[in-house]
Design a protein around this ligand. Structure first.
Ligand SMILES: Nc1ncnc2c1ncn2[C@@H]1O[C@H](COP(=O)(O)OP(=O)(O)OP(=O)(O)O)[C@@H](O)[C@H]1O
Length: 709
C-alpha cells in the first residue's frame, strides 16, 4: 500500500494541507526534523511518518551537497511526480531541492539555514559508508506532496530508492517508466528489479542489524559514560572518605598522645598520692591542734578581757579614790596653809630674819626690804611692806589671801602674810632675779640664748594668766628684778598684785629712774592708770634686754636702729651664744611692737605675742640641761637618773631618804612634808614617819660625778 493510501486508510488527515515528517523508528531521534517542520510549517498540519530507522552514527558527520550524487536521489528527483516539491536533507541540512515544476534549480540558499523562517529545515543523515537521505515533499498545495526518500549505503546507483509517496500513484510504474520496452527487456527489468528488491531487502536487514549494533554500541557508550560518571563520583567519594579517615586518624593520634600524657600525669599523681595523703593527714592533725590552740587562745582572750575589764573598773575606782583623797589632802593642805602659814606672827618674822639682820637682807625695793629666812622649816623670802597704810588689817589679809590663791608655775607663790607687820612671805627662789643674771652680778654667768627665749615664753605665759584672772590683775611693775629664777632656772614673776596691798600715795612714789624705763609712758602721761597694755610695754623692754643685755635706757632706739640697718647681730648679747638670727629678729620686731608708744598699736599677749614666741620653746633645751649647761658642762654628759630629785627633777645637792625609801632633795621633801603631806610623793601611801635621813653615800657619788666636769 502506498503512503497516501495508508494515510487515507487511517484517516489521519487531509494530505493537501499536511506536511509529512519522516522520522525513524525512535521518534526522539527525529526530534530535530520534527521541530524544524513545526517551526517552518506552523500553519500546516504535521503528520509524522515512521519510515525507517535513521542512522545516528552519521549525524555529526554531515556535509553539505551542492548537487545530488546519489543515483537513487537523482532517480527520485527525475521521476517523482511534477506536482511534488522534494527537499533532500543530510544531517539536518538541506542539500537539494526539487521544485514542483521539476526544476533542478537549487534554492538551497534560501533554505540552507534551519533558522530561516521562510525555508524548511531538512533533516538528513549522511555517512561515508551508509547514509540516510530524508526527502520532504512540500504538501502546501495539492501539487505539493511530501516524499520520503531513503538511501542505503553510499550514492551507489546499485542502490535502489525506496519511495513512499503521499500521492496515490506509485512512484515507479512500468507503463509510465519504459513505455514501449520489449517483453524480454520487461522481464529482465522485472527480474532485475526483483533482484534489486531482494538486495534492498538484504541491505535493509543488514542496516537493521547494523542499526541495532550501533544502538547497542551507543547504549554501551552511554552505559560506559554513566559508569564512568558513577566511577568518578565513587572515586570522589572515596577520596573524600580517605581524607576524612586521614583526619580522623590524625585526631586519633593526637588523642592518643594526650591520652598517654594524661596517663603519665596520672601515674605521677598516683606516685605522689601517698605523700599528699600523709601531708593531708598531718595538715588535718595540725589544723585540729591549731583549732584547739585558737579555742584556748580565744578563751584566754575572753578571760583576759574579763580581767582587763575588772581591772579597768578597779583602776577607775582607784583613780576615783585617789582623786577623792587628793582633794581631801589638798583641802587639808590649803586649810593647813591658810591656818598655819598664811597668818604669820611678827615674832616668826623676827625669828626668821634674825631680827632683820642685814645678813638676811637680800634686796631692797621701792616698797621695802626683802629678807630671806625660814619659817616652819620652809625657806621663804619675806617682803616688808610699808607698815602704815590705808588698809585695815582685815582688808590687807583679805586682799593678800586673794593674791595667794592666784597660782601659776611662773608666778612666785605667796605662802604667808603677817598683817601685823604688813609682811609677805614668798617661796624662796634660789637663783635670784633676772637683772643680776643679765648684768652678770653675784658671780652669775651669762644666760644662754635658749634660757632667755624660754624665760620670755614663761613670762608671757604668766602675764596671760594674770590678765585673764577674774578680776584681771595688772602687774604694773614688771621688770627684770621682779623676775626670779628658781633652782632649775624656771622664771617666775614676783610682786604681782603688790600695788593692790598698798595705798595710792605709796604706789605713786617712784624714785628709781631705771624702773621708770619699764613703765608704760602712756600710763605716766595719764597719771599712773595701769592697763594690760602697760604690762605689754614692760614685757617688750624685758624682751629687748634678754636679747641685748644692754641697759634699759635707750634700748628701744638702739634695737630699732640695728634692725633698720640690718645689723641686729651687733646689738645681740654675744655672751648668750650664737643666736638663731631668724628667731632673734622675730623677737626683736615683737619687742619693738610691744614698746609702741600708743597702747593700741601694741600686740595682744594671747592672740599675737604668744603664737609668735611659743613655737620657739621647741628650740630650747629642757630645764635640767639648761641649768647644768649654764653652770658648767654637766649637761654635756647624761645625768644618772638616781641623782635627780623626783620632786625638783634636778640633780640633788642635799639628798635625803624619806620613810618610803626614796631619796629626795632635802628642801623638796621638807617642803612637801611641811605643807601638810604625810604621804609618799612617789607611792602616795601614808608614811610611817616624817623623819628624814641624809643620804651621804649618794651625796658623795654626786659630788664625785660633778667633779668630773
Ligand atoms: N621670793 C624671792 N626669792 C628670792 N629672792 C627674792 C625674792 N623676792 C625678792 N627677792 C630678791 O629681793 C630683791 C628685792 O626685791 P623687791 O621686789 O623688793 O625689789 P625690786 O624687785 O628689786 O624692786 P621693786 O620694789 O620695784 O619690786 C629682788 O631683786 C630679789 O633679788
Amino acid at each position: 500500500m502506498s503512503g497516501e493510501d495508508m494515510i487515507k486508510a487511517e484517516g489521519i488527515c487531509d494530505v493537501e494541507d499536511t506536511v509529512f515528517v519522516a522520522v525513524g523508528k525512535n521518534v526522539k531521534e527525529g526530534k530535530s526534523v520534527l521541530s524544524w517542520a513545526l517551526k517552518s510549517f506552523a500553519s500546516r498540519r504535521i503528520c509524522v511518518l515512521h519510515v525507517h530507522q535513521p542512522n545516528h552514527l552519521f549525524s555529526s558527520n554531515c556535509r553539505q551537497l551542492s548537487e545530488l550524487k546519489s543515483s537513487k536521489a537523482k532517480f527520485v528527483c527525475q521521476h517523482a511526480p511534477m506536482h511534488c516539491q522534494i527537499w533532500f536533507t543530510c544531517s539536518e541540512y538541506l542539500i537539494h531541492t526539487r521544485s514542483m515544476n521539476n526544476s533542478l534549480s537549487s534554492s538551497m540558499e534560501s533554505l540552507s539555514s534551519p533558522e530561516d523562517n521562510g525555508g524548511t529545515k531538512m533533516h538528513n543523515h549522511v555517512g561515508d559508508g551508509y547514509e540516510d537521505l530524508n526527502i520532504l515533499e512540500n504538501a502546501s498545495s495539492p501539487a505539493n506532496k511530501m516524499v520520503k526518500v531513503e538511501i542505503k549505503g553510499d550514492y551507489s546507483p546499485l542502490h535502489e530508492a525506496h519511495l513512499h509517496c503521499a500521492t496515490s500513484q506509485p512512484l515507479l510504474e512500468e507503463g509510465s517508466f519504459h513505455g514501449k520496452a520489449s517483453s524480454d527487456e520487461t522481464s529482465r527489468v522485472e527480474h532485475a528489479m526483483m533482484d534489486a528488491e531482494n538486495s534492498k531487502q538484504r541491505a535493509f536487514e543488514e542496516s537493521v542489524k547494523r542499526w541495532r549494533a550501533e544502538e547497542d554500541a551507543m547504549e554501551a557508550i552511554r552505559m560506559a559514560e554513566v559508569s564512568y560518571r558513577l566511577f568518578k563520583e565513587k572515586e570522589d567519594q572515596r577520596k573524600e572518605k580517605e581524607e576524612f579517615f586521614a583526619k580522623q586518624k590524625e585526631e586519633i593520634e593526637e588523642l592518643k598522645i594526650q591520652h598517654d600524657l594524661c596517663l603519665n600525669k596520672l601515674e605521677m599523681i598516683q606516685e605522689k598520692k601517698p605523700v599528699l595523703e600523709s601531708q593531708i593527714t598531718e595538715s588535718s592533725y595540725a589544723g585540729k591542734e591549731l583549732e584547739e590552740k585558737i579555742i584556748q587562745a580565744v578563751e584566754l582572750l575572753i578571760s583576759f578581757r574579763k580581767q582587763r575589764d575588772e581591772m579597768q573598773i578597779e583602776r577607775d575606782n582607784a583613780i576615783k579614790e585617789v582623786n577623792r583623797f587628793r582633794k581631801l589632802v589638798q583641802d587639808d593642805a590649803d586649810e593647813y596653809c591658810i591656818k598655819n602659814f598664811f597668818s604669820i606672827s611678827f615674832s616668826d618674822i623676827i625669828e626668821a630674819t634674825q631680827n632683820f639682820d642685814p645678813s638676811s637682807n637680800i634686796g631692797d625695793g621701792k616698797f621695802g626690804s626683802v629678807y630671806k629666812g625660814i619659817i616652819h622649816h620652809v625657806k621663804v623670802a619675806i617682803k616688808m611692806l610699808p607698815a602704815c597704810g590705808s588698809f585695815s588689817d582685815s582688808d590687807f589679809q583679805h586682799k593678800a589671801e586673794s593674791l595667794s590663791r592666784v597660782r601659776h608655775p611662773n608666778l612666785v607663790t605667796l605662802i604667808g602674810i603677817c598683817s601685823e607687820s604688813r609682811s609677805l612671805a614668798y617661796e624662796f627662789l634660789e637663783n635670784g632675779n633676772l637683772e643680776d643674771h643679765l648684768a652678770c652680778r653675784k658671780k652669775f654667768r651669762p644666760l644662754h640664748w635658749q634660757h632667755r627665749i624660754r624665760i620670755a615664753v614663761e613670762i608671757c605665759s604668766a602675764l596671760i594668766f594674770v590678765h585673764a584672772n577674774d578680776p584681771c590683775i595688772v602687774h604694773g611693775n614688771l621688770r627684770p628684778t621682779n623676775i626670779l629664777l628658781d633652782a632649775k632656772f624656771v622664771s617666775k614673776i614676783s610682786d604681782f598684785g603688790v600695788h593692790l596691798l598698798i595705798s595710792q600715795i605709796e604706789n605713786s612714789s617712784n624714785d628709781d629712774p631705771e624702773a621708770s624705763i619699764y613703765v608704760d609712758p602712756e600710763c605716766i602721761d595719764k597719771g599712773g592708770q595701769l592697763t594690760v597694755e602697760s604690762d605689754v610695754y614692760s614685757f617688750g623692754v624685758i624682751l629687748l634686754r634678754l636679747l641685748t643685755a644692754r641697759p634699759a635706757s635707750g634700748i628701744v632706739r638702739d634695737v630699732k636702729c640695728a634692725l633698720e640697718s640690718g645689723k641686729l647681730g651687733s646689738v645681740l648679747d654675744s655672751s648668750a651664744g650664737d643666736w638663731p638670727i631668724e628667731q632673734a629678729e622675730l623677737l626683736a620686731y615683737l619687742a619693738l611692737s610691744c614698746c609702741e608708744k600708743d597702747p593700741l598699736n601694741r600686740p595682744n599677749m594671747l592672740s599675737e605675742v604668744w603664737p609668735t614666741i611659743e613655737p620657739m620653746r621647741d628650740i630650747c633645751k629642757p630645764h635640767s640641761d639648761l641649768s647644768t649647761s649654764s653652770q658648767g658642762s654637766k649637761g654635756q654628759k647624761r645625768i644618772p637618773p638616781h641623782f635627780i630629785c623626783p620632786i625638783f627633777q634636778d640633780v640633788m645637792e642635799d639628798p635625803h631618804i624619806a620613810a618610803d625609801g626614796y631619796t629626795y632633795e632635802g628642801d623638796a621633801i621638807k617642803g612637801w612634808l611641811y605643807s601638810g603631806h604625810d604621804t609618799s610623793p612617789m607611792t602616795n601611801l601614808k608614811l610611817d614617819t616624817c623623819d628624814l635621813i641624809p643620804n651621804s653615800a649618794l651625796y658623795r657619788a654626786i659630788q664625785e660625778w660633778q667633779q668630773q666636769f
